[in-house]
Each structure stands twice: as C-alpha cells, then as structure tokens.
Design a protein around this ligand. Structure first.
Ligand SMILES: NC(=O)c1ccc[n+]([C@@H]2O[C@H](COP(=O)([O-])OP(=O)(O)OC[C@H]3O[C@@H](n4cnc5c(N)ncnc54)[C@H](O)[C@@H]3O)[C@@H](O)[C@H]2O)c1
Length: 290
C-alpha cells in the first residue's frame, strides 16, 4: 500500500499533484531544486483551499487536515544527501522540467538514496518511460503516472507501462490513482501517450493559424469553443499548460516520429524564447497581468 509519496518539482504540476495526494488522505513530501519553492507552492495550495472554503465546498478543518499532510522540504540537496527522505518513501512522483537528461540525473540520484521498495513514477508529458527507467537500477519499479492540469480537479491519470514495468508496480499505481479519486487509463508506451498525441498537435496547428493570420487569438479560441464544443480555446489551454511544456511535447513527438506533421510552429518557438510561457510567467498568447 502506497502511503508516503515524495513529489519532486513544485511547479504547476508538482504542487497540484501534492494537493491531490493530500486531499486523497495520503502524505505528500514536496521538493524542488529551488530553495523555498516547495514552501511557496504550499502557500499557493492554501490559497486554492481558501477559495474552496469561500465557495462552501470544504470546511476550514478540511483545509488544515490537507495542509497537515503536505510537508514542504527545504533545500533540495538534503534529499540527495539522504538526510530528509529515507527508506519510508513508497512512491516518488517526478514533476520537474520536461528534459530527459535533467530527469535522468534526478532519478539516478534518487535511486541511490531511496529504499529498494520505492516505486519511481514520472509525470512526463511525452518522454520515453523506458528510457527514463534506465537511469535507475529498478526499471521494473518504474512507471509513467501522467496527471492533467489542474491536477486536483482533472480526473484522468494516464498510467504508462515502460518496457520493463512489473505488473505489481502497475497494479500498485493503478490502485493509488483510483484511491485518489482519479480515473486511470492504461497506456503502452508511445510518444505523447494518448492525450498529448492528439491534443498538442491541435494546439500547434492553432499557433500556425495565428502565425499565418488566419484569425486573431481571441477568434481562434472562440471558434473552437463554440464550433467544436471545447471548454477552453486551444491558445488559452496552451497558456494554461505552459508554452515551454507544449514546445517540449512537440519536440518529443517530432524527434520520435520523424514526421514533418509534428514540426513545432516557429511562432511557438519564438514566444518561448521570449520568455512568454503562458499563465505561469504572466503572458503567453494572452496577458494575465491584472
Ligand atoms: N503543465 C502541464 O499542463 C503538464 C501536464 C502534465 C504533465 N506535465 C509535465 O509535468 C512536468 C512538470 O511540468 P510543470 O508544468 O509543472 O513545470 P513547471 O515549470 O511549472 O515546474 C517545474 C519545477 O521543477 C523544478 N525543477 C527543475 N529541475 C529540477 C530538478 N533537477 N530537481 C528538482 N526540481 C527541479 C523547477 O524549479 C520548477 O519548480 C513536466 O515533465 C511536464 O511535461 C505538465
């Protein structure tokens, strides 16, 4: 039974995953490479719980209980040194930058300090689970656990089997997802899994349409909301996902398939180079400064 979970990466996804874990009654340890980032993420979780109280969805007692199950770790180096995280961690969920080399280095470091029972899961959007698993000595205890944004609300978790994932690992993670109130779908490893294979090329096409002057950003989004019944337009959704994350997913699809239909739109590259990452940086296709 998975009880104590270490979430590494306290950005958009890591903080949401830690909240979902704590709301599901499990203990979440939250860590980040940037000192103080986990504590700040816990502050953001408190703000979102305050909003839920204001809407009458939860009581202040529930908020305190949820926050009490989240431990924000300080300096990330403490983990690598083995002084904070010990053999009691049952599962690690990695939610750091979408970069294979950076993720592999982290998994290799964690492999040395965590007990042999710990399962390693990556929240990668499109990278190869099999390849990431090779950075550890436990590829049979390695799996993809792909949450969606915002993680406390979105029901889906794609559970991705790598080439070496053991049945027991898969089953433990599937049961946990259900216990957290999620609906798991099983995916055999493939670039972009299911959702991002379909969704991100659509977003990329919306960026091409914008670049070619087919319509304004507002009108592209209105067209897809009212014409295709999507709850959000593709460009607003891209801003929510993070434009750097969208670009990384297109690059992974492009590299894996080698098919020009997955070529990242040059406008997407340009905006990311300009540091416009969407909501998290205050500006993307739309402006989020008040
Ligand atoms: N944003 C989404 O909608 C979404 C959805 C599903 C999956 N994902 C995936 O989740 C992962 C995280 O995405 P995000 O949107 O939360 O990114 P983010 O940029 O918001 O957060 C990443 C965090 O990881 C930290 N970090 C970077 N390198 C680290 C390291 N070596 N050790 C510890 N911490 C480190 C950063 O300081 C940052 O706080 C990516 O793999 C992404 O593809 C994102």
């Amino acid at each position: 039974m998975i009880e104590r979970i270490l979430v590494v990466g306290a950005g958009t996804m890591g903080s949401g995953i830690a909240q979902a874990i704590a709301e599901g009654g499990r203990q979440a340890l939250l860590a980040d490479a940037i000192p103080g980032a986990a504590e700040k993420a816990k502050g953001r979780i408190a703000v979102s719980l305050d909003k839920a109280i204001a809407k009458g969805k939860i009581t202040p007692d529930v908020k305190e209980a949820v926050l009490g199950r989240i431990t924000a770790l300080g300096d990330f180096k403490e983990i690598a040194a083995g002084t904070v995280v010990d053999a009691a961690v049952d599962l690690v969920i990695e939610a750091i930058t979408e970069n294979a080399a950076v993720k592999k280095e982290l998994f290799s470091d964690l492999d040395k300090v965590l007990g042999p029972q710990a399962i390693f899961a990556s929240n990668t959007s499109a990278l190869s689970v099999t390849e990431l698993a090779r950075a550890t000595s436990r590829p049979e205890r390695f799996i993809g656990m792909h949450f969606f944004n915002p993680a406390p609300i979105m029901k889906l978790v794609e559970i991705i089997r790598g080439a070496d994932t053991a049945e027991g690992t898969f089953e433990a993670v599937r049961v946990l997802a259900e216990q957290l109130g999620k609906t798991p779908v099983t995916v055999n490893e493939a670039p972009g899994f299911v959702v991002n294979r379909l969704l991100v090329p659509m977003i990329n096409e919306a960026v091409y349409a914008l670049m070619e002057g087919v319509a304004s950003a507002e009108d592209i989004d209105t067209a897809m909301k009212l014409g295709a019944g999507h709850p959000m337009g593709p460009l607003a959704l891209a801003d929510m996902i993070g434009l750097d994350v969208c670009l990384a997913i297109m690059e992974a699809l492009d590299a894996e398939f080698g098919d020009p239909k997955y070529r990242p739109c040059p406008l997407l590259r340009k905006i990311v180079r300009a540091g416009r990452f969407g909501r998290k940086s205050g500006r993307g296709f739309f402006d989020y400064h008040q």
